[in-house]
Design a protein. Sequence first.
Length: 355
Amino acid sequence: MIDPTPVLEVEHLQIDFLTRRGTVHAVRDVSFTIGRGETLGLVGESGSGKSVTAQALLGMIELPGRIVGGDVRWKGESLVRGPHVRRTIERVRGQEIAMVFQDPMTSLDPVFTVGSQVVEVLRRHRRLSRKAAKARAVELLDIVGIANPTERISQYPFEMSGGMRQRVLIAMALACEPELLVADEPTTALDVTIQAQILELVAELQQELRLAVLLITHDLGVVAGVCDRVAVMYAGKIVEDAPAADLYATPAHPYSAALLRSTPRLDIVLDRLVAIEGAPPDLRRPPAGCAFATRCPFAIDHCREEQPRLEVFEPVPNAVGAGDAETLEELEQPARTERTVACFRAAEVREEVLS
Ligand SMILES: Nc1ncnc2c1ncn2[C@@H]1O[C@H](COP(=O)(O)OP(=O)(O)OP(=O)(O)O)[C@@H](O)[C@H]1O
Ligand code: SF4
Ligand SMILES: [Mg+2]
């Protein structure tokens, strides 16, 4: 069950990179929340600002990058500013919020066995004795679906497949029993079958451990079936944030719709995949109006003059209101059902998708 009270609140986040060729406005007013036990997919093309947003959650933005506006709050405490921010980040990082990145080989140390690396995390964060840490490491490898964990624990990263290494990293992330797992493209380097297995694992762990998850990917197909909600990012902004089922059924932003049409799906056979033509704008000089206008089939003059704001849109068709709930389970499922969209013509876009 999802508790809609947000554990993570990202509010009007703005991140710039000062480069020799100008200031890149990589993240431009991004806001979203994640509830306890909720899985949010953050999706968008390469360069849209997903990783930079994730890095800001744990004080990982380094020069030439700078957070120039907004806030990130973990259970009400700022991770961006205030006299104790460094101490707060140190306490939270790895303990309450854990991260898993794209390439499991570069995140593991090649000269130590995987077991010793899991043990090290446990000893550092959980202050376990060597013996207790080793026993827990075996348990964790078992939890993430590694067969024969007692033997596997003494292997080196190079002796394992990419999928196995990603499981080890997830085990390390889980070692501290975090409340939020941030997974940045955790399956991109893996082949399709292994990708599916890792995502299944994330979904299982999320259920069992009531873990909140921020799953970052450029592939909308990846988040289908795993995420409660999806936030679609374009050119440093969130353009649509909706329950996953609603976004897939009736995207309301032209970019979400285009992204869906360009994504192979396991659940639906599309007539054909349609690539999104054109390129995102240069974020050193973001346009005055909507950043998608040059690629958008719905664009009108107004779109080029003013920026559409992310606003609450519609009553959601799939939402279960308290009055409609037929079972106790539905009543107890207080999942967030609102949808926000940044598009002047969202209602018309949805009409067209529906027709
Ligand atoms: N170290 C850096 N120096 C300069 N600009 C940077 C730096 N890191 C990121 N950026 C800028 O921030 C933008 C967003 O980058 P980010 O890595 O967040 O994209 P992404 O959405 O994660 O893309 P991908 O799907 O390729 O991982 C980039 O397009 C780039 O302009
Ligand atoms: S605001 Fe205009 S240009 Fe932007 S996505 Fe909507 S219709 Fe397209
Ligand atoms: Mg990235």
